[in-house]
Each structure stands twice: as C-alpha cells, then as structure tokens.
Write a protein that binds this ligand. Structure first.
Ligand SMILES: Cc1cc2nc3c(=O)[nH]c(=O)nc-3n(C[C@H](O)[C@H](O)[C@H](O)COP(=O)(O)O)c2cc1C
Length: 392
C-alpha cells in the first residue's frame, strides 16, 4: 500500500467516531494486562457475541492472547481519557495508579468505567494486518451511569445530543439573536483586550452560548457550552429584569436554611441592578473554582454533584455586587454583566465582560461597566432593527 492510499484511508476512516474500550485479562502472575481498543463492536444477540480488532503486530494483544481465552471489555467513561492514554502504550505494568476490581469471570474491571463485558473467544478471523476476535459474552453489566469517552479525528470527546439543541426552538432563536450582537461583542473584546461572552437563561439554567476574544482567567479552552444553575448570586441580571415570578424562582435557589433577611438582601440587589443597568463580580479565585467544578460536572465527572455545584455557587455571594467600592482601593474585576433586550422588552441574553488578572482602580472598573452598558444598548438596538428592518 502506498503512503498515499494509507493517508487517504486514515483521513477518510477518521471521519467515523468510535467509543473506547480497554480489553483486560490477568497474566500468569495475577498482574493486570490491558489494551486500548476503538474497534470494539456488538455482533450478535442470539447467541450474544461481541468483537474487537487487534493489530497483528500488537505486543499488548500478544500478552492478552498468551494469558488465555477469557477477557473483560471495559467501556471507558468521558473522564477516563488519562486511563485510555496510559493503557495505549507499548509497555508492561500499565495499571500503576489505575484502580480496578475483579469481574465475575475474574478479569480486571477499571473503577468508574461505564460498563464491563466478560467474554470468551469464540473465533479469531484473519483480516489483513488485523485479527477479528469474536467473543461470546459470559457476563455483563453497567458499572456507572456516565457518558462514554469518544474518539474522533484523533481527539477525545463526549456525547452531546444534537436533537436537544435543535428541538429547542427557543434556544435557536436566542442563538440567532446573539449572532446579531456579535460585532458589538467583538468591538468590546478588542477595546479591553479580553473575552466577551453571551449568556442565555434556558430551562432554568444559565447557558454560555457565545464567546469572543480571550480572557486571562479562563479555566478551559472555551467557555461556550458552560451551564450554571440559576440561583443567587449568579444570573442576577435576569432576576432583576424578569418580573416578580422570575425573581421568586431565583430566590428559591437560596440556601433552604437562609432567613428572610437573605431574601430581602437579594431583592435589594435585584433593584440595584435594574436601576444601574449591570452587575459585577469581584475576585477571580472563588469564581475560578466554581467554573472548574461546573466544567467537570458538565462532562459527567462523578466527583462533582449538582448539589455540590449549587452550594459552591451560593458560596460566591461575597464577591458579587458589593454595595459600595472604596475609591482608594483596587479590585479584581472578575466579570461585569448587562442585559440585551428584545423588542418586547425581555432580556434575551446578557453580555459579559471579563476582567484582567491585575487589580483595577474604581475608575478603571467604571470605564468597563460604562462601555459594557453602552455595548448592551447597542446590541439591543441591533436586535430591534434586525427584527423589523423596514421600520426607521
Ligand atoms: C483510541 C484508541 C483506539 C485504539 N484502537 C485500537 C484497535 O482497535 N486495535 C489495535 O490493534 N490497536 C488499537 N489502538 C492502539 C493500541 O491501544 C496500542 O496503543 C498500541 O497497540 C500499543 O502498542 P502495542 O499494542 O504493541 O503494545 C488504539 C489506541 C487508541 C488510543
């Protein structure tokens, strides 16, 4: 095969995504053996058969085959990319720091994997430079309810249901409107050399739907797709402009143990925001850790629970919308947020201006919040114009 053909084969077949499994067994000393495999597939229900395709030159397969004819297929979860990489190397003792337990059939099941399938070789078919190893299923179960790890175009990822996004016409409308505001976001991002994002309130969650520019405090390559629960102190701009019912929904997110004074405090915060036109969050550290927790939850990391995230969000209260700033002090501006309205006067999304790492004077913060509210107004006008292009 010429390198031309090989390149084309890899490029074209790389367009097809796979899951990732680790095929395991124990060697004659009882040590774990493993091989990372993307070519795993279900084959037959009656009788239950599965298959995978090891490379004829694979040393990992040679070791597995030598160990006997029984294997355990481990379906990896989307937080197990590191395990996938550790096993996908040509060496012995790959299981250092990978906790596992024993399957009913006696082979390693990697802790936290999505599912395991115990099996025994049924037949090995010769297929070019690979074997097709067909195995009869002896035992199988779901191990943990997380999304699987996916492999596609040389990179790892997780499953996002397209149908959810496109079935949500409300969100599609909002995305179109955010797109109209993109030039305004770009101008603002360039002026302060930072990131400007747009956040929608979708089904009771704050959803970051667009980002322009880069911020110094980002904890992930992209903030797009981040989702946050809608509860104090976050999402205050939606709560401030959304009417009494939305304000009540927001306040329901307060700690159940919180007294009426907390409720009154946040009602006042909402009033302040609607009179001055923006909200601010000071301090990078706490917000950064919440953002990290949120990213982990969104990719299905079992170490973060929705309730844990809600508690972490509540703990941000201190840095949000301080009643007054001391003119002689400097502050870390984490984020300022202002509303963009549709022609019916509803907040479609918020524009968010991210602050730099360094401390800012009160004057510098005011320059940013002024520019932000101007930009949000400009975006509101752009939406109004786009919705009725024939009206002067
Ligand atoms: C995502 C992924 C999928 C893989 N799928 C297969 C596969 O289906 N068959 C195979 O022989 N090797 C596959 N490999 C390669 C092996 O896991 C392993 O990296 C390689 O074979 C190491 O060399 P060795 O097998 O000689 O030890 C895959 C590797 C990765 C990272």
């Amino acid at each position: 095969v010429t390198s031309d053909v090989a390149g084309r084969y890899r490029q074209v077949l790389g367009q097809y995504p796979t899951g990732v499994v680790v095929v395991t067994a124990l060697d004659d000393k009882g040590g774990p053996l493993g091989m990372t495999v993307g070519s795993f597939t279900s084959v037959s229900l009656d009788p239950p058969l599965v298959a995978f395709l090891p490379d004829k030159g694979s040393s990992s397969w040679a070791a597995l085959e030598k160990s006997g004819d029984r294997f355990c297929i481990n379906v990896l979860g989307n937080s197990q990319e590191d395990i996938c990489r550790k096993i996908a190397v040509r060496k012995r003792d790959k299981f250092v720091d990978i906790p596992w337990h024993v399957s009913p059939q006696g082979q390693p099941v990697i802790d936290g994997c999505v599912a395991y399938i115990d099996c025994v070789i049924d037949q090995v078919v010769d297929a070019g430079d690979h074997y097709i190893v067909v195995c009869a299923v002896t035992e199988l179960d779901v191990e943990s309810v997380t999304d699987p790890l996916l492999f596609f175009r040389g990179g790892y990822g997780s499953f996002t249901p397209l149908s959810l996004a496109s079935a949500d016409m409300n969100l599609v409308d909002q995305l179109r409107q955010v797109d109209i505001a993109r030039p305004v976001m770009e101008t603002l991002a360039v002026r302060f050399d930072t990131e400007v994002t747009a956040v929608c309130l979708v089904h009771g969650e704050l959803c970051l739907v667009a980002a322009v520019g880069l911020s110094e405090t980002a904890v992930a390559p992209s903030r797009v797709g981040q989702r946050m629960p809608f509860l104090p102190p976050v999402g205050s701009v939606f709560a401030a402009y959304g009417g009494q019912e939305l304000l009540n929904t927001w306040l329901l997110g307060l700690d159940p143990a919180a007294g009426p004074e907390q409720r009154a405090y946040y009602e006042e915060v909402a009033e302040t925001i609607s009179s001055r036109g923006y909200s601010v969050a000071l301090g990078h550290e706490n917000s950064g850790s919440v953002e990290r927790a949120m990213t982990r939850l969104n990719v299905g990391d079992p170490g973060v629970t929705p309730e844990g995230l809600r508690a972490a969000v509540r703990s941000l209260a201190e840095g949000y919308n301080p009643t007054e700033l001391n003119i002689d002090s400097r502050y870390e501006l984490h984020l300022a947020s202002a509303p963009v309205f549709d022609s019916a006067g509803r907040v479609v999304f918020t524009l968010n201006l991210w602050g730099p790492e360094r401390l800012l004077t009160v004057g510098e913060i005011t320059a940013r919040t002024n520019a932000l509210t101007d930009a949000a107004e400009e975006a509101t006008h752009a939406l109004r114009y786009a919705e009725s292009p024939f009206v002067e």
